[in-house]
Design a protein around this ligand. Structure first.
Ligand code: FAD
Length: 478
């Protein structure tokens, strides 16, 4: 902070710009913004501001820049890697939460686009699109609370990447407030625009280090109205991989999800989240949810689902399978998949990892990472859940709360476990951060796994767009 500006001066200037109600400075009011939802990360904020318009965001940026105080943009605070809360070291930033910027500015079904403000909740965007017969396909467990700005800034993945791509593939344009307060209006809802460097991609996945996203033009797709879903127990991950290929050949782009979890992960959901049940008879080592969808012809979908699963059973790749008989059963099975994070939070200390490897290497990754973890802690519980269709596996070494508390140095155990898993991904030409982002958890890993030339390029971009380190200083690029 500049010597000339005190905390109180900045707060009163922010109050004058936004109104008193939009500036929270009391510790009890800011508590929900300075800690992550799992209680693993907590930091200090100078205050929390809740602007309602892009112009107000610009005002906040100018005031903070003049005062020499950094800004932490925040969405729904659902980050799984401590990305949305301040660090414990360094000067306290102003948290700029976008929750009040939640207007849907435009829906254009014919163009397959909608323009929404960054604070819109993902689920609201999905529902609004569905209301005009369109699909916004990004879908994930936190969709009831994460914001569009957060999903853009982390380039969120989720369960439909296999068919529709990551968030990046579903954005047409952005509006961003830059480090000097300039509002960049790049809200063009075009599918073709080759007029120079595509600037929006700089801000997508930048985790709030280059600017504050205030609105986005999103790409909508035809709304599938017919679905066919099966839950089955593959013999092992290699069999699941083979079955994925069979579905891709049989269904093409109608294959919309292929999610895998191991028995421990499945059991944790049943034990810790009410109203979740095992759709199969008996216990199985592995579970897969596969879904097909289309805009018409439900019978055709079910036929291809049944036939492909039947072939897999004949080949000895599947131990048991069930097909959802109606939309309620389908929703129930998705609930099992979406309950994983809630279950794990209640059950134990899970060291979440977020690796992606080529789809053809998923089974090898699971085997090798299991061996690597067990070489350090023999027999340790490991929950595995993954978007197998896109090669993203959350491989989660689990410690009971008591075992974790008894460790002489739990932080270094966490680092060792993550290194075991991430090193295997790196060896298989994979990544340590497929969809959650880098946040605080992944920051040290950037140095370990990214090439110096790549880090240098990122530093050049940061220096050009945010020369005074206003936005999330010290994040993303170590
Ligand atoms: C139950 C559960 C399930 C999840 N499942 C998935 C999953 O399947 N796939 C997946 O990818 N993620 C998943 N996540 C992680 C998380 O939901 C996503 O990363 C989400 O995109 C974060 O959105 P948010 O609004 O909560 O952002 P926050 O957590 O608030 O912020 C995340 C980052 O974005 C920055 N940021 C936020 N808003 C803006 C903005 N407007 N402008 C600039 N920077 C901004 C922040 O500074 C921070 O660096 C899950 C989380 C939970 C709790």
């Amino acid at each position: 902070m500049n010597d000339a500006v005190t905390r109180e001066t900045l707060i009163s200037r922010l109050q004058a710009a936004l109104g008193v109600q939009a500036v929270l400075s009391d510790a009890t009011d800011t508590a929900g913004y300075t800690e992550d939802w799992r209680g693993r990360y907590r930091g200090e904020a100078l205050c929390v501001v809740l602007p309602s318009t892009t112009a107000q965001v610009s005002d906040v940026v100018k005031l903070c820049a003049a005062a020499g105080v950094s800004i932490l943009p925040q969405g729904g605070n659902t980050s799984l890697c401590g990305g949305a809360v301040p660090p414990t070291d360094g000067p306290a930033p102003v948290i700029l939460n976008l929750a009040r910027m939640r207007r849907i500015r435009q829906v254009d079904a014919a163009n397959g686009s909608m323009i929404v403000e960054a604070g819109c909740i993902l689920k609201t965007v999905q529902e609004t699109a569905a209301g005009v017969g369109r699909l916004y396909p990004v879908s994930l467990g936190a969709e009831g609370s994460c914001q569009i700005g957060g999903t853009l800034s982390t380039n969120a993945g989720g369960t439909s990447v296999l068919r529709y791509g990551n968030t990046r593939e579903n954005v047409l344009g952005l509006e961003v407030v830059l480090a000097d307060g300039t509002i960049w209006d790049g809200l063009r809802a075009l599918r073709k625009d080759n007029t120079g460097i595509d600037l929006k991609h700089l801000f997508i996945g930048a985790e709030g280090t280059l600017g504050i996203i205030t609105a986005a033009a999103l790409k909508l797709h035809p709304l599938p109205t017919q679905h066919a879903l099966a839950w089955f127990a593959p013999r092992d991950p290699a069999a699941a991989q083979q079955i994925l290929g069979m579905f891709q050949n049989a269904c093409g782009s109608r294959l919309s999800a292929f999610e895998i979890m191991n028995r421990l992960q499945f059991d944790l959901v049943l034990a810790n989240v009410p109203n979740r049940r095992n759709p199969l008879a008996g216990a199985h080592a592995w579970h897969v949810l596969v879904e097909l969808s289309d805009t018409r012809d439900a019978e055709g979908l079910e036929a291809v689902l049944t036939q492909t699963l039947g072939e897999a059973i004949e080949q000895g790749l599947v131990e048991d399978a069930v097909i959802a008989a109606n939309d309620t059963q389908r929703a129930d099975l998705w609930e099992v998949r979406h309950s994983v994070s809630e279950a794990n939070k209640k059950a134990a200390v899970g060291l979440t990892t977020d690796c992606a490897v080529p789809v053809s290497s998923v089974s090898e990754f699971i085997d090798a990472a299991t061996r690597a973890v067990h070489a350090v802690v023999p027999g340790l519980d490991i929950a595995i859940v993954g978007h197998m269709g896109d090669g993203n596996v959350h491989f989660i070494p689990m410690f009971s709360f008591a075992a974790w508390a008894a460790l002489p140095d739990s932080a270094s155990m966490g680092d060792t476990m993550r290194a075991c898993v991430n090193d295997v991904a790196a060896r298989l030409s994979g990544t340590f951060s497929a969809e959650h982002g880098v946040g605080q958890t992944g920051l040290p890993l950037m140095q370990r796994y990214k090439a110096p030339s790549e880090l240098a390029l990122m530093r050049t971009v940061k220096a050009a767009l945010d020369p005074h380190q206003l936005f999330n200083p010290g994040r993303l690029v170590p």
